[in-house]
Design a binder for this molecule. Structure first.
Ligand code: NAP
Length: 842
């Protein structure tokens, strides 16, 4: 068994929430974090001026209404220390620390197909196994320092903004060179300029920036959004960017130019990138519309910067506004009016080398005491590629991604079973409010993991065809916009040699979430779910005792017996079960059937029972009886609180198909007509009795018979095909039933092989499953009938019939009836009973 259910790489916003979400779902989880503290981006990027450019009310977790009410942000746009404090508060508040391992970098993760688990190795030399591996390493974690000849000879200190010393840097009186004018450079520059003797800003590409209009939180504003936070979050989930912003809803090109200018100015004055760029619908798809906005922004730079030559250099002209991440700053452009700041154009005269005393460009030398690199990241794929991730057949993820990173729905790379990437390539991630997208991904992954467990699947992996189709869609959407026109990190253009691929989904957060939800609702469409490997779970010790007891008793296998001998053996075995619980009233009745009286027993646990269950015992249509199943049916009556009618239908070979099915249907009609008195009715049965229950449900639909509230099928026989994988896995003599036994049962019940294709014998073969009552399915792992149960559930889901499937991982065929002997029998009966009770009560 794996050490963990889920191993998580990283403990930033994503890893922290993953720990909480998985743990709350009852899964074992551990997050490994390279840093000495949590926070990821917000731990490492502690350079002066680091500040979020999404408003605090949006850039915060929404999963806990109490948390969002209790926490107060001090500013509209929170600074890095406050975000880090918030994340530590979350870890304290939800007690996450025991499941987060700091100072531990994940170095490798490899898929073990035999065990269906990941081995995750860390830089302390340790390794851990986990059923699922979740990457929460972030999109902007692998920082890059340009390879400048001579950097190692520089006499002063140099820093990358993403590895800033925790106790800060004092630039007082120093000549500082800053390389990089992206979001980071624009934030750090004014802070350095405020203390340095001189700041040289080395600019390769001039950038657009809108003002933040940051300020202290207005208590009235805070009270306002907190009063309706829940519905605000809902709007955010449906919005395009994960922040509900109000655009005009119109194209700029269709608006009078003066009106466009007025609108842009209004939004410029209000501050914030998203409302500004989102003002008009065509800005990011039409170059002419984009030019109007770009020129508006260039005018603001001309207005702000006193020296026209410097202003001219600062005017972005090489790409559409927004096609590189729009920067936000209240003081960057005005900073160039300071006498201690010099803008150096390294597009016309590139950097050439570093020496002990400073930086050389193609046409000058700059004497410097310290260097700051704000040169960005190997984005999206860089951090994950630093881990040696190996999937099926040992294929490295970095190799799979050599032509560009890809993953189905941006969350699951094909060829890497049970691996998920939070905000991975192909998801909205960096084009959205990251916190909201992280929550959506983590919750979706959690639900997928739970679904796999509940359905007994050992592995979940994206199909290559689904991944191909998704990434084609991602590309198609991207190329309908202006984004691919910029040499940005969005396309990998900032990393020499990186393939130029647009890997974020621009279809919008709301539509993306809807798509992910639809995939889940369809039983994880596009994923291959495989349960064969789940057999590695061993037989439950209590069940093993039963199997051992049967083996010790000796005797021939069922298929070598006569029906009379088999009935005697089953009767003797059932005596070991002992009595079931007391039931208030138990009476034997004879149901008038088409072919004569059908004996049955009615268990009434209490007066005023909310519903009626018609139960068909197992035994391969050849053996078994109401008496033999008395204990488990009593338990079901007690657990469900419903009247249960246990039916002694006619057995084969004396009465071949469709005798048992006819009796089963007659019993339903009687129960619905004579007993139910308007109360909801369900059919139920185990093994061959499950077959009869399924067939009865089909017939009731086909014949416009009694309406059914539920069908409870316990490891049912749904098909005559004895070649399914589970039949071969459990073909030995050591289990309750095997392939030859089942062939013997079928031979007696439906001697004519062609007749077995009849859906009233093999209900899996019904051409149409729609309109059937909801299915509650119980399956056991070590059971030849396992796979036909799963197949039945799949057909039901495909027909949009509600399915609740409980798979008991270490159990054997027949376990549901072994009350008194198996804890799982009591558990399964009480779980099924609770569902019947709830359904009966409506
Ligand atoms: P970035 O946007 O990639 O900017 C890197 C800067 O370094 C660019 O100006 C780039 O010039 C320059 N550069 C890179 N290599 C160079 C070289 N060899 N020689 C000269 N110049 C070079 O990186 P970032 O500013 O760290 O921002 C990355 C992302 O992090 C942002 O887009 C944003 O998503 C996020 N971020 C957000 C915030 C916030 O929330 N406020 C703050 C910081 C960062 P070119 O443009 O010519 O390539």
């Amino acid at each position: 068994m794996a050490d963990l259910d889920v191993a998580v790489a990283g403990a930033g916003f994503a890893g922290i929430y993953a720990v909480h979400a998985f743990r709350s779902a009852g899964l074992t989880v551990r997050a490994f974090e390279a840093g000495s503290g949590i926070g990821g981006t917000w731990f490492w990027n502690r350079y002066p001026g680091a500040r979020c450019d999404v408003e605090s009310k949006d850039y915060s977790y929404s999963f806990s209404p109490e948390l969002e009410q209790d926490w107060s942000w001090s500013e509209r746009y929170p600074a890095q220390p406050e975000v880090l404090r918030y994340l530590n508060h979350v870890a304290d508040r939800f007690g996450l620390w025991p499941d987060i391992q700091l100072n531990t970098r994940v170095t490798a993760a490899s898929w073990d197909a035999d065990q269906a688990e990941w081995t995750v190795t860390t830089d302390d030399g340790a390794s851990v196994t986990a059923r699922f591996f979740v990457s929460a390493v972030g999109c902007l974690s692998a920082y890059q320092v340009p390879s400048l000849p001579g950097l190692e000879t520089f006499a002063g200190p140099w820093y990358h903004t993403s590895r800033w010393p925790a106790d800060g840097v004092d630039f007082t009186g120093l000549r500082v060179g800053l390389i990089g004018t992206g979001s980071t450079g624009i934030q750090v520059a004014p802070e350095i300029a405020a203390v340095a003797e001189h700041l040289y800003v080395f600019q390769r590409t001039a950038n657009f920036a809108v003002p933040n209009r940051n300020g202290a939180t207005d208590p009235a504003w805070e009270a306002g959004f907190k009063a309706d936070y829940r519905s605000y979050r809902k709007q955010a989930q449906k919005s395009f960017l994960g922040v509900p912003i109000a655009g005009t809803g119109r194209p700029a090109l269709a608006e009078p130019p003066a009106e466009v200018q007025r609108t842009l100015m209004e939004r410029w004055q209000a501050g914030g990138g998203m409302p500004f760029l989102g003002a008009y619908t065509d800005v990011l798809v039409d170059r002419d519309a984009n030019d109007i906005v770009a020129e508006f922004m260039r005018d603001r730079i001309r207005e702000t910067v006193a020296d026209p030559a410097v202003a001219e250099l600062l005017l972005p002209r090489t790409y559409p506004v927004g096609a590189k991440r729009l920067c936000q700053s209240d003081d960057y452009f005005a900073m160039f009016n300071r006498p201690n700041v010099t803008l150096v154009d390294i597009r016309s005269a590139p950097l050439t080398s570093v020496s002990a005393r400073g930086l050389r460009t193609a046409d000058a030398f700059y004497e410097l005491d310290a260097l700051v690199f704000a040169t960005g990241f190997d984005a999206i794929s860089g951090a994950l590629n630093q881990i040696d991730v190996r999937g099926v057949g040992g294929v490295p993820l970095a190799g799979k991604w050599s032509a560009g990173p890809r993953a189905y729905l941006g969350v699951a790379p094909a060829g890497f079973p049970n691996m998920f990437i939070v905000t991975g390539p192909g998801s909205p991630s960096v084009f959205s409010n990251m916190v909201l997208s992280i929550e959506q991904h983590v919750e979706w992954i959690r639900d997928c993991v739970l679904y796999a467990g509940a359905h007994g699947y050992a592995t979940v992996q994206a199909k290559p065809s689904a991944e191909d189709a998704w990434m084609a869609h991602v590309t198609e959407v991207a190329y309908a916009t202006l984004f691919p026109l910029a040499d940005s990190w969005y396309v990998g253009a900032n990393i020499p040699g990186k393939p130029r691929v647009f890997t974020s989904y621009l279809g919008g957060v709301g539509p993306y979430r809807a798509r992910c939800d639809a995939v889940a609702a369809a039983g994880y469409e596009g994923f291959a779910l495989d349960r064969r490997l789940a057999m590695s779970s061993s037989v439950h010790p209590q069940a093993q005792l039963i199997l051992d007891g049967m083996a010790a008793a000796g005797g021939p296998p069922i298929w070598e017996m006569t029906p009379e001998q088999a009935r005697a053996v089953v009767t003797a075995n059932n005596e070991h079960i002992g009595p079931g619980p007391d039931v208030a009233s138990v009476r034997d009745v004879v149901i008038p059937g088409q072919a004569g009286g059908i004996p049955a027993r009615v268990y009434s646990p209490a007066a005023g029972a909310p519903g009626v269950v018609v139960y068909y015992h197992g035994g391969g249509w050849v053996v078994g009886s109401v008496d033999g199943w008395d204990a488990s049916v009593r338990a079901l009556a007690v657990a469900s609180g419903c009247d249960v009618v246990s039916v002694d239908y006619r057995l084969a070979p004396e009465h071949v198909f469709p005798a048992a099915a006819d009796d089963a249907y007659d019993a339903l009609e009687w129960a619905a007509g004579e007993l139910a008195d308007g109360r909801p009715v369900a059919v139920a049965g185990d093994s061959a009795g499950g077959n009869l229950a399924a067939v009865t449900a089909l017939r009731a639909r086909d014949l416009d018979g009694p309406a059914l509230a539920l069908q409870l099928l316990v490891y049912p026989v749904t098909d005559c095909d004895l070649d399914r994988t589970s039949y071969h896995e459990y073909d030995g003599a050591e289990f309750i039933v095997n392939r030859r036994d089942m062939a013997w049962y079928w031979d007696h019940y439906v001697p004519e092989p062609a007749a077995r294709m009849n859906p009233y014998a093999s209900p899996l073969r019904a051409p149409d499953m729609s309109g059937l009552p909801p299915l509650y399915l119980v399956t056991a792992e070590h059971d030849p009938l396992r796979d036909e149960g799963f197949a039945y559930a799949d057909r039901m889901r495909a027909a949009r019939v509600p399915v609740e499937h409980r798979h008991y991982g270490s159990q054997i065929h027949g376990f549901f009836s072994f009350v008194n002997l198996l804890d799982d029998a009591d558990k399964a009966i009480s779980e099924a009973g609770a569902t019947i009770r709830a359904v009966a009560k409506g």
